[in-house]
Each structure stands twice: as structure tokens, then as C-alpha cells.
Design a protein around this ligand. Structure first.
Ligand code: HEM
Length: 417
């Protein structure tokens, strides 16, 4: 029982402790919930990549229903697979999104002023949401600060909605609950109006495609909101820029690649094959700071994994934070070394690295996310280098994702390309 307060007060430190436990599957009791953390890559693969388990339940995740009202991340089995294959995958494959990402990233970077401190985490988060918003509905989220605020309020609520009493707290007269309910009304109102407009007169945006594919407006709205809510790219950029600022050799090599491959022009998806070092930087950043630090499968019947029995109602937990930093899996795991990803380099077995998860419930956006990651990072790096403002390094903190505690303030230094 003592594990729950320790986990709650600092989840990453708690997980660091579990990493040192020699067992392949570490059972912990978080309050009333029996959790089994899978550490051995072979077990992680076995558990994630098959559908051989008894049906899963979304369990505690259902707390998020207060914000979303259904949608992919709150659905399992056949209906999940239908939404995944008929709604998400076709939209995620739309070739227009990377171009929107590069154009918006360039505009945002052009507005930064040499030497002025920028809080990178929140500015990159609003950049990513503005890209999602434009891809989905063709509009400019930056022009609607009240909708951006509503989105921020909703994402903050996703953390407490997953906690004990989360769904009950939604209805309480607490300031945070009242604020979140108002944010939901505001955001839903705006999205519902756009859905109605697309039903009357479709355009070429993703929302028009979505309403063409799905009759249920509540599900269309949930899908729209989950697109923004699930986007973890900003976390990747924040930590990648922090790591690059701390390693002048890697940074110089990266800048040299950008200059040679792009020669000052905007990056496109076709340039990715000429940016192998950028790809390595992205992969290595995702290894050290996987934005999604844990995820779960709650089992509706007993399940056997090797010698280990996971009981009915118990939860299998997976943590890229634990496995990616495990010295038994990765040599010298805390070293930022993009060369781990060089062609021909020796790497540990599959599922020693799983920032996007794997199997039927994995991140279906992994292809788009990698494309956007490479192109957006390249666009920022073409214009600016970043230097820390504060003496102390940022402290990673686990909320819905791994975020720098108190944000990450950096100074932009113009690059003489
Ligand atoms: C670096 C960026 C990203 C990372 C590291 C990431 C990682 C993840 C992870 C670990 C999961 C959990 C999968 C599981 O439970 O097995 C997930 C789920 C998901 N992600 Fe991503 N993601 C990223 C970007 C995005 C973006 C940009 C989108 C949308 C455009 C997105 C949409 C989703 C959705 C919809 C799910 C739920 C999948 C399901 O339940 O079937 N992600 N992501």
C-alpha cells in the first residue's frame, strides 16, 4: 500500500527503483490495483504484439471519457479496430500534413528574437497543436487564444481524471473542475460548429474526410480532440533541443547535415533520406526521454506470461522510461549517443525500444510522427541553435508525458547558415 504515495509523489523516481529490481516482471500494488511491470524485452514483445490475451478493459483510462466521450483510446476489441482502420489510419496517411508542419514551424521560428528567452515546452506544444488544428480543419488555432486555452485546460485535466476520484471530481464545485467543464463546453461548441459546416458543405480538410467516413458526430468530435490530446511531438522537440544544446559535437554534426542536405530551403518529406543523422538524433532523444513513459493493459481474465501469472482484473504495465534506461538492456544507457542508430550498429533485441508501443493498440501515428519530428526539428535547426537560460538542467517530471519541471527556458542563437 505504501507504493501508491511513493509512486504518486514522483513516478519516475519510483520507476527508477523498479528498474533495479532483478525480476523480469515486477509486481507492485498501487492502492487497490495490482500492477505487473514487464521489464524483459521478450515479454514486452509477447504481451504487446499479440491479441492472445483475454479481452482487455480500458479500466481507469475510462476516466478520460469525461473530456472525450468515447473515441479510439477509450474503446477496445472490434470497435477499436474499426475506428483505427477506417477513421484514423486513412487520415494519418494524408500527404498534406507534413507540409503544414514545416510551414507552421518556419513561421513560429521566424518570430523568435535572438537572445530572448523562450519557454520551449509550451511554445512547441502550441505549435504542434496549431499544426494538428490546421490539418484537421484548415483554420488557425493561433488566432483563437480562447480555444488554445481550453485545450490546455483539458490536457491538464487528463492527468487528474486518471487519478483516484478523477471522474467524480469532474462534477465537484472545485475551481479546476468548473474551469475544465467550461473549457469542454467551449471547445466542443467550436468543433461541433465545424462538423455541422462540413456536413452541409465539405471541403478538402481532414474533418471533411472524417464526417464522410463516420455518421456519429460525437465520435467525430472525440476523434478530433484525441488527435490533439494524443500528440506527443512537443515533448520530443523539447528534450531533443536540450540534449543537442548539451553536446556541441553532436550539434555541429547535425547542423552540418542540415546545411548540406537542405541548403537553406524548406524541408520536404522527400528530404528525409538525406537526413540520416537527424533521424538518429530523433530516435536517441525518444530513447532517453520517451514522451509516453508508461501505458497499460487491464486484463479481464487470468493471463500467463512465461512463469508469471497475471490475475483477472490486474494490470500489465509497460514503461519505455524503465526499459530504455536499463543498463542490462542498453550499454551506458544515460549517454546521448545518436550513433547507436547508425546503420550496422549493434542494438539490443526488438522491444528494447518502444517509444510508440507495438501491436494492435500501438501509436498508429508513428509514421506521421516520425516524419513530422524530422522535418520540424530540421526546420528549427536550420534557423536557430539553443542555449540554456538556467544554470540547473531541467528536471524530468511525469505528468501525462515526461515534461521538464517548470518548463525549459532556452535562448535562441541565430545560425549563420
Ligand atoms: C513523438 C510522438 C509520439 C509518441 C512518442 C507517441 C507514443 C504513443 C504511445 C506510447 C501510445 C500508447 C500505445 C499503447 O497503449 O500501446 C500512443 C497511442 C496513441 N497515439 Fe501516439 N505518440 C506520438 C505522437 C502521436 C501523434 C502526433 C498522434 C496523432 C496525430 C498520436 C495518436 C495516438 C493515438 C490515437 C493513440 C491511441 C492508440 C490506440 O489506443 O489504439 N500520437 N502514442
Amino acid at each position: 500500500m505504501l507504493d501508491l504515495p511513493r509512486f504518486g509523489s514522483d513516478p519516475l523516481r519510483f520507476l527508477d527503483g523498479l528498474r533495479e529490481d532483478p525480476r523480469d516482471v515486477v509486481p507492485v500494488k498501487l492502492g487497490p490495483v495490482n500492477v505487473h511491470l514487464l521489464k524483459r524485452p521478450e515479454y514486452i514483445r509477447l504481451a504487446l504484439e499479440n491479441e492472445d490475451w483475454p479481452p482487455i478493459s480500458r479500466g481507469r483510462m475510462m476516466g478520460l471519457d469525461k473530456w472525450y466521450s468515447g473515441g479510439l483510446i477509450l474503446t477496445e476489441g472490434a470497435e477499436h479496430h474499426r475506428q483505427r482502420d477506417e477513421l484514423w489510419k486513412p487520415l494519418l496517411a494524408d500527404p498534406a500534413t507534413p507540409g503544414i508542419a514545416v510551414a507552421r514551424a518556419a513561421r513560429r521560428a521566424d518570430a523568435w528574437v535572438e537572445g530572448e528567452p523562450i519557454e520551449l515546452f509550451s511554445t512547441l506544444r502550441s505549435l504542434c497543436w496549431s499544426i494538428d488544428w490546421e490539418a484537421l480543419c484548415g483554420e488557425d488555432l493561433d488566432a483563437s487564444p480562447e480555444l488554445l486555452k481550453a485545450q490546455e485546460t483539458g490536457v491538464a485535466a487528463l492527468v487528474w481524471l486518471l487519478g483516484p476520484f478523477g471522474p467524480a471530481r469532474w462534477g465537484w464545485p472545485l475551481p479546476s473542475s468548473v474551469r475544465t467543464r467550461a473549457a469542454r463546453r467551449r471547445l466542443d461548441g467550436a468543433i461541433d460548429a465545424m462538423i455541422a459546416a462540413r456536413r452541409a458543405s465539405p471541403s478538402s480538410d481532414l474533418l471533411s474526410e472524417l464526417v464522410r467516413r463516420e455518421d456519429d458526430d460525437v465520435l467525430v468530435r472525440a476523434t478530433f480532440k484525441q488527435w490533439l490530446g494524443a500528440d506527443q511531438l512537443h515533448g520530443l522537440f523539447t528534450w531533443a533541443l536540450h540534449l543537442l544544446a548539451g553536446d556541441s559535437e553532436v550539434e555541429a554534426r547535425w547542423h552540418a547535415e542540415l546545411d548540406a542536405a537542405l541548403d537553406g530551403r524548406p524541408a520536404t518529406a522527400e528530404d528525409i533520406r538525406a537526413l540520416p543523422y537527424t533521424v538518429r538524433v530523433v530516435k536517441e532523444s525518444l530513447r532517453l526521454y520517451p514522451p509516453v513513459w508508461r501505458f497499460f493493459r487491464e486484463l479481464t481474465a487470468e493471463y500467463r506470461l512465461g512463469d508469471h501469472v497475471i490475475g483477472e482484473g490486474h494490470v500489465m504495465a509497460f514503461s519505455p522510461w524503465v526499459t530504455h534506461r536499463d543498463p542490462n538492456v542498453w550499454p551506458d544507457p544515460l549517454r546521448f549517443d545518436p550513433e547507436r542508430w547508425a546503420e550496422g550498429a549493434e542494438r539490443p533485441p526488438a522491444l528494447s525500444y518502444f517509444p510508440f508501443s507495438a501491436g494492435p493498440y500501438e501509436c498508429h501515428a508513428r509514421g506521421l510522427a516520425m516524419t513530422e519530428a524530422i522535418l520540424i526539428l530540421a526546420t528549427l535547426g536550420q534557423r536557430w541553435a539553443f542555449r540554456p537560460v538556467d544554470d540547473r538542467p531541467p528536471r524530468p517530471m511525469a505528468t501525462g508525458a515526461i515534461v521538464p519541471k517548470g518548463g525549459l527556458r532556452m535562448r535562441a542563437v541565430a545560425r549563420a547558415a
